[in-house]
Design a binder for this molecule. Structure first.
Ligand SMILES: O=c1ccn([C@@H]2O[C@H](COP(=O)(O)OP(=O)(O)O[C@H]3O[C@H](CS(=O)(=O)O)[C@@H](O)[C@H](O)[C@H]3O)[C@@H](O)[C@H]2O)c(=O)[nH]1
Length: 383
């Protein structure tokens, strides 16, 4: 089966492209390489030295004999997009190709507008390309658990049965996202849902939690295949940041009280979830939603776990409760369902001491590349 991985040069996209290729899918990567450009503009860099996309793909071919075709361009340009689709003829379209950082979207008006135009228009173009020429293909789209926010009731997988004034219906779960980035994913979900309804196309929205880890079976095969690992205040995410902070002796940056609970998963489970979604496509006209995570943790619990894991490696790790740069609840109910991917066969890699050890050791190996100026958060939700 042919799988086009849009955003295949990014953190989740690169790992997924290699995993699908390894599993026998005919894979192409489509990417505008913007993720590298945003780092350059912000003056930040991944902890790990990543090779160019061309070198990565060549190395993969040398090691495995598997070819990955490359399309470099922007999906907000419809002409480019449809030409790439015609050339590759995808059966599955895996869409990671969006601006995915909440802090980036909150820098100022320009970054908020860019994030929403880039994400919403790109996805809309994909929907039109599917409708016009690839009506049987399956869109597997990265959504986010952050679409739901932190409601005081259980979070279902995409839909909730509601009884109101004596009548019942199954409706899209209410959305209360916490950044202009998270909002862009909500807008995407609505557009995709509508497109499925009117044109009968098939789509799966994967509401993914915060991803941690760096190695997968494939990206660990060779130094040239190494994945990116962000630690800066804009693109770095909670657990990855904490491990790198621990390795360099920086106090862990817990925002506010740290009672924020989020959904998490290991990057090895991300790639497996993508494979499961592709192998079991949605029906024609179906807009399917899976919650893609394996465990729930509060930020302060994660910090404590990293502190303990650090101690076993002889690191003295301090925890610092910073004034929260975001507007979010720091103490709240959070209980989300995640049975659909488990039902399809996902066998989770739960967060363990050995994973924390390996992340800490990994961070230690590359700690010479860390720019200390990029650790503290600089983007405020209130400004
Ligand atoms: O140094 C830090 C970094 C984050 N946080 C807190 O950790 C939580 C998660 O923040 P994050 O930066 O790890 O993740 P987030 O901004 O939510 O975004 C990430 O995780 C999302 C899934 S979710 O969080 O919405 O479930 C994805 O959609 C995004 O693409 C990805 O960048 C927030 O409460 C944040 O305040 C800290 O306390 N300290």
């Amino acid at each position: 089966m042919k799988a086009l991985v849009i955003g295949g040069d990014g953190y989740c996209g690169w790992a997924t492209a290699l995993h699908l290729s390894n599993k026998g899918y005919d894979v192409a990567i489509l990417d505008n390489l913007a993720r590298r450009h945003w780092d350059d503009k912000l003056g930040v860099n991944t902890l790990t030295p990543i090779a160019s996309i061309q070198k990565r793909i060549n190395r993969w071919y040398e090691l495995t004999g598997k070819k990955i075709e490359l399309f470099v361009g922007d999906i907000t340009n419809y002409d480019f997009l449809i030409k790439a689709f015609r050339k590759f003829e995808p059966e599955s379209i895996v869409h990671f190709g969006e601006q995915r950082s909440a802090p980036y979207s909150m820098i100022d008006r320009e970054h908020a507008v860019f994030t929403q135009v880039n994400n919403v228009v790109g996805t809309l173009n994909i929907l039109y390309a599917m409708k016009e020429e690839f009506p049987d293909s399956h869109l597997v789209k990265l959504g986010t658990m952050g679409e739901y926010g932190t409601p005081n009731i259980d979070i279902e997988e995409g839909y909730i049965e509601i009884e109101h004034n004596g009548r019942k219906d199954i409706l899209p779960y209410p959305k209360q996202p916490g950044s202009f980035y998270h909002l862009s994913k909500v807008h995407d979900s609505h557009n995709i849902h509508f497109a499925c309804k009117i044109w009968g196309i098939r789509a799966t929205d994967l509401n993914q939690g915060v991803v941690y880890g760096v190695l997968t079976e494939e990206t660990g095969m060779d130094e040239l295949l190494i994945n990116r690992l962000d630690y800066d205040g804009v693109f770095g995410t909670a657990l990855n940041r904490f491990c790198i902070q621990a390795a360099i002796g920086h106090p862990l940056t817990v925002y506010g009280k740290g009672g924020q609970t989020r959904a998490f998963l290991d990057i090895r489970d991300t790639v497996r979830c993508m494979e499961l979604a592709i192998a079991n496509p949605a029906e024609a006209g179906q807009f399917r939603v899976f919650n893609q995570f394996t465990e729930l943790f509060s930020i302060k619990d994660l910090a404590t776990m990293v502190q303990k894991a650090g101690a076993t490696l002889g690191l003295k790790v301090e925890i610092n409760n910073l004034e929260n740069p975001r507007v979010e609840l720091e103490d709240h109910y959070f209980n989300a369902k995640n049975t659909k991917l488990l039902d399809l066969g996902l066998q989770p890699h739960y967060l363990s001491d050995s994973l924390l050890d390996s992340l800490l050791n990994f961070a230690n190996k590359y700690k010479g590349r860390v720019d200390m100026e990029q650790i503290l958060p600089k983007v405020s939700w209130r400004r």
